[in-house]
Each structure stands twice: as structure tokens, then as C-alpha cells.
Design a protein around this ligand. Structure first.
Ligand code: FE2
Ligand code: FE2
Length: 206
């Protein structure tokens, strides 16, 4: 039998530690820091989908085409929240028990309804919130690349959709504010909030 490597720390039958953590620590991941970053990202997704995005989208009344795109982005943020929360627990972390504390740890600024709540002001906020999400998720990708394939896979799926969302809002804002056409190049989702990457669903292909 091969000799045990010194990096093996989880003992036989021990339920207080995880080999899933041991192996990524051995590859150089700061697991505590990663958990913190994932909680910050989860808080941003949670606040975005269930609260801020919902309110902002409602105030696009009359711009039904913009609302449709917003609905995809909103529901895909919900998919991101649901995709990443289990990973926090697998790594030995947990969500803060206090909702306000959780909200305050969010890695992106809360997108409050702008004054006045014009389509241009709302689309600008939404664009900037997608940009914060891109920066936050690529930081997770950088930290886990080649070391923690599971977190990397989840974060890169989310990043794929955040990059699409940025392109959608560049297209809408350029049209609404500047009368310019800057196509996002995207095809419509098969159903609202399809989330082709984060739900591992195929692209629209009727
Ligand atoms: Fe998201
Ligand atoms: Fe997004």
C-alpha cells in the first residue's frame, strides 16, 4: 500500500473536516478567504435578484422590451445565488444568520432606485451592477484556477452570464441614452431567465 501523503489530514470517519477542503488547501487555496469572497458574491446576487433588480425593473414600465431583458438578467442572478450557496457550505462556511449583516457584506453596492427613475438612470445602474459582478466573479476564477476545479467551474459559468448581461445593458443604454446601435450579439433566451451556463441548459434551439 502506498504511503500516505503528509497533505492528508482528514481522519477515517471524521465528519468535522472535509477532504474537499483538504485537497484544495494542499493546492494553495486560502479556503477561509475564498468562503468570505463567495459570501460577498452570494450577498450581491441575493440582494440584486430578490430586491434591487426587482424594483428597478418594475420602474421600467412602458419599456416592455427593456423589461424583458431585465427579467432574464434578474432571474439569472437568482440562478447564480442558488448555484453558489451550496458551495459555501461544502467548503465548511455558512451564510450569516443575520440578514442585515449578510446584506452589509455584499461585494457590490446596493443599486437603489435612482432619482429621477428614468430609463437612462435605471439602465446605467444595471450596467454598472453587471460590471461589479464581472469583477467579483473573475476574482474567484483567478483564485481557484488550476487549484479548485469545482469552484472555478461554478464561478466561470456565472461569469459567462454576467459578461452577456453587460453586453445587453450596453446595447440598451446606448440606444436609450445616445440613440446609438451597439449590438450585444445575443440570441433571445428560450424562456425567461434560461441561464444556459449556470443551469447547464442548452442554448435556445427550438
Ligand atoms: Fe449574477
Ligand atoms: Fe448579472
Amino acid at each position: 500500500m502506498a504511503e500516505k501523503q503528509s497533505t492528508q489530514v482528514v481522519k477515517h470517519g471524521d465528519v468535522t473536516q472535509r477532504v474537499g477542503g483538504e485537497v484544495i488547501r494542499a493546492r494553495g487555496v486560502d479556503v477561509e478567504k475564498l468562503i468570505k469572497m463567495l459570501i460577498a458574491n452570494a450577498a450581491a446576487e441575493f440582494a440584486s435578484t430578490y430586491y434591487y433588480y426587482t424594483i428597478l425593473r418594475m420602474h421600467l414600465a412602458g419599456h416592455e422590451d427593456y423589461k424583458e431583458i431585465c427579467e432574464d438578467a434578474r432571474l439569472e442572478d437568482r440562478a447564480h445565488w442558488e448555484l453558489i450557496v451550496p458551495r459555501i457550505y461544502e467548503l465548511g462556511g455558512e451564510l450569516p444568520n443575520d440578514l442585515k449583516a449578510f446584506h452589509d457584506q455584499a461585494g457590490c453596492q446596493a443599486a437603489k432606485l435612482p432619482d429621477p427613475p428614468t430609463a437612462v438612470n435605471i439602465l446605467t445602474l444595471l450596467l454598472e451592477s453587471e460590471r461589479c459582478a464581472i469583477r467579483s466573479w473573475i476574482a474567484i476564477c483567478d483564485m481557484t484556477f488550476g487549484k479548485d476545479p469545482r469552484t472555478y467551474d461554478l464561478a466561470s459559468r456565472i461569469l459567462n452570464e454576467e459578461i452577456e448581461h453587460e453586453a445587453w445593458f450596453i446595447e440598451l443604454l446606448a440606444h436609450e441614452r445616445d440613440g446609438k446601435s451597439i449590438p450585444s450579439g445575443h440570441f433571445r433566451r428560450g424562456e425567461p431567465g434560461h441561464a444556459p451556463y449556470s443551469k447547464n441548459a442548452s442554448f435556445y434551439n427550438p
